[in-house]
Design a protein around this ligand. Structure first.
Ligand SMILES: *[C@@H]1O[C@H](CO)[C@@H](O)[C@H](O)[C@H]1NC(C)=O
Ligand SMILES: *[C@@H]1O[C@H](CO)[C@@H](O)[C@H](O)[C@H]1NC(C)=O
Ligand SMILES: *[C@@H]1O[C@H](CO)[C@@H](O)[C@H](O)[C@H]1NC(C)=O
Length: 188
């Protein structure tokens, strides 16, 4: 479920385009790969915001979250130096060497845009964006219940047909047996 307003969406896409342009025009010694720029998650899931950066020197990585509720700084760290996770995310975020972060137990409020900035010592930066959609589990459950209900209805229909057939053939069988028995008793 995309919770962002259209205006914000447009603004974000313009911003990310500008960022991409800036990124391309800068002859940077730092590069960043975002293999999955769109993540669909359900409430309470753990997600990996996966990126991979490469640079010559020591880099500082910063992650920010932007949604209709505002922009929040998540974490900032310098490889092999310090990790500064903001208090709101203290127990929910793990950082990785390649610049990725894991966000545990996502809620509806975690939907939105995640901006990552990799800053090299000599001033060159690389930027990346990941869009996260968070879906409420209730819809999944309802879908599951609907599928299960259809399945059970189909199974019971088949069973009823089967029982009807059984019943029919049993009747035929019983009729035949009775005939035979009467035949025998008549002979006696
Ligand atoms: C996420 O969902 C949207 C629409 O619901 C779909 O277009 C997109 O491909 C999905 N992305 C992933 C990574 O599954
Ligand atoms: C970054 O590292 C994490 C943890 O080792 C890994 O799961 C993820 O796939 C890596 N990302 C990339 C783009 O290589
Ligand atoms: C960590 O973040 C807090 C608040 O954003 C800031 O005051 C502090 O200086 C930061 N620490 C480091 C080592 O960057």
């Amino acid at each position: 479920m995309q919770r962002l307003q259209p205006a914000l969406n447009t603004w974000c896409s313009i911003t990310s385009r500008l960022i991409t342009l800036l990124c391309l025009s800068a002859s940077s010694g730092v590069s960043l790969v975002v293999p999955q720029p769109n993540i669909n998650a359900t409430v309470a899931q753990n997600i990996l915001l996966s990126v991979e950066y490469s640079c010559q020197g020591v880099a500082t990585i910063e992650w920010k979250h932007m949604s209709s509720w505002g922009t929040t700084s998540i974490v900032e760290w310098r490889s092999g130096n310090y990790v500064n996770i903001s208090t709101v995310y203290k127990d929910r975020v793990t950082t990785f060497e390649n610049g990725s972060i894991q966000l545990r137990n996502v809620g509806m409020r975690d939907a939105g845009y995640y901006f990552v900035t990799v800053m090299e010592e000599h001033g060159t930066n690389a930027y990346g964006t990941i869009i996260v959609n968070v879906y409420e589990i209730i819809y999944e459950d309802l879908h599951f219940v609907a599928v299960l209900f259809t399945f059970l209805a189909a199974v019971s229909a088949i069973l009823i047909c089967f029982m009807w057939l059984c019943n029919k053939s049993l009747h035929l069988f019983q009729k035949k047996t009775t005939h035979k028995l009467t035949g025998i008793s008549l002979k006696i």
